[in-house]
Write a protein that binds this ligand. Structure first.
Ligand code: C2O
Ligand code: CU
Length: 420
């Protein structure tokens, strides 16, 4: 059942610019959190000309900048973000990637709200109860919208930042990689936290030259210790985040993304680029799977093929042989422990992303996750791979579940998780 059909099928109508009623009984956003906001931001989306690595390019920007403003909060804050659309004809929303907000704040047009049209606004409000590194982006015409620049960083800290705590959102704009390389001096011994965020639609390879590091968190969730020091590269999927930590050595350190130094603490060390790649399934201390039962199982087979359910058959990225909006919804009940298996039968990587929940990795190609429990919201399912993940259905609503190569998502690879 398509989402639009489901909304109309239950007799609900969507007024332009208003939050549509969604079939899970939440009130309108303002009523959801009665507390006064403690952090207020305004994001104004508009066409803009921005500097991308020394060249002026046409972009779509929040507040005239790419990335948009960095939104920071401390745990316990109540965030209020007013989204305004100045002139983005395709419409705009804000989705809080990896942040498990109540469903009516999730920013998916046609599912949790209507797209914000030029001249309109929408107010998001949610509690900063989830510490970690996240990002936000438009979910309206998301492929072109994010590619053109409608994204930014969201960080929730447990308290005042200690040491050097920086975010590095990597994004490709008009063929140029952002951010421009930057140099920041740091005293030896100072604790450094690099919050790496991949806002592109393809995987990037990140490595630190000049010091070993620990991976402190993945997708906003702290890893279970002890996390060993490693001298490796990490592959971050589209949408994914890694927090790397180390104490600044006396000599300079540099962060490389796909072989290019984007951040350093002095003259860039000569790097060989030959780091091995860390397998996060083997990293950190193992803990038992928190559930012994499974209430629901799903299998998603990812492929590419003709979508024959259309009047004009088109080549699409498919799930179980169908393309959005014809992929059946996954229906769960509140409290269910849900297990799903993702099989990639295609020739390309599909970075999978479930909204509103983090999933626990159980196995990849039959190999159990041996390291710290990996609670991910974005993970690369490579050609031929089979991933088995699980989550607890604890956040009612209707949630997008899609490939985060946003061109694939737009070309069929999107389905929805729904609570009955
Ligand atoms: Cu980062 Cu549905 O998206
Ligand atoms: Cu894909």
């Amino acid at each position: 059942v398509a989402v639009a059909a489901l909304l109309t099928g239950t007799g609900l109508t969507v007024a332009p610019g208003a939050a549509p009623a969604v079939p899970h009984g939440h009130g309108p956003p303002a009523a959801r959190i009665a507390d006064e906001p403690t952090r207020r931001f305004t994001l104004t989306a508009g066409t803009a000309t921005v500097d991308a690595g020394g060249r002026n390019v046409a972009a779509w920007a929040f507040n005239g900048q790419v990335p948009g403003p960095e939104l920071t909060a401390t745990v316990g804050d109540v965030l209020e973000v007013t989204l305004r659309n100045r002139d983005i004809e395709r419409g705009v929303t804000v989705h809080w990637h990896g942040y498990d907000v109540p469903n009516d704040q999730d920013g998916v047009p046609g599912v949790t709200q209507a797209a914000v049209r030029p001249g309109q606004e929408f107010v998001y409000r949610f509690r900063a109860d989830q510490v970690g590194t996240y990002w936000y982006h438009t979910h309206s015409a998301s492929d072109v919208g994010v590619r053109m620049g409608l994204y930014g960083v969201l960080v929730v800290r447990p308290g005042p930042a200690t040491g050097l705590d920086v975010t590095v959102p990597v994004h490709t704009l008009a063929g140029r990689q952002l951010p421009a390389p930057r140099v920041e001096r740091v005293e030896p011994g100072v604790p450094v936290r690099l919050r790496l965020i991949n806002t592109d639609s393809t995987t990037h390879r990140y490595a630190v030259a000049g010091t070993p590091f620990r991976v402190a968190a993945i997708d906003g969730v702290d890893l279970r210790g002890p996390t060993p020091l490693v001298d490796t590269a990490v592959l971050i999927p589209a949408g994914g985040r890694y927090d790397m930590v180390f104490d600044a050595p006396a000599t300079p350190v540099a962060l490389f993304v796909d072989g290019r130094a984007v951040y350093s603490t002095g003259p860039v060390p000569t790097a060989t680029g030959a780091w091995p790649v860390l397998d996060p399934l083997d990293y950190g201390a193992t803990a038992p799977v928190p559930w012994s039962r499974t209430d629901k199982t799903f299998t998603l087979v990812l492929d590419r093929g003709l979508d024959l359910r259309r009047l004009l058959p088109r080549y699409a990225h498919t799930v179980n042989g169908a393309a959005d909006p014809d992929i059946p919804q996954q229906v769960v009940r509140l409290g269910d422990v849900v297990r799903f298996t993702i099989v990639n039968r295609s020739q390309v990587v599909h970075p999978w992303h479930l909204h509103g929940h983090h999933v626990l990795v159980l196995t990849r190609d039959g190999k159990p996750a041996a390291g710290s429990p990996l609670w991910l919201d974005s993970f690369d399912v490579r050609p031929g791979e089979v991933w088995e993940v699980a989550f607890r259905a604890d956040n009612p609503g209707m949630w997008a579940n899609h490939c985060h190569n946003l061109a694939h998502a737009d070309a069929g690879m999107t389905l929805h998780l729904m609570y009955s």
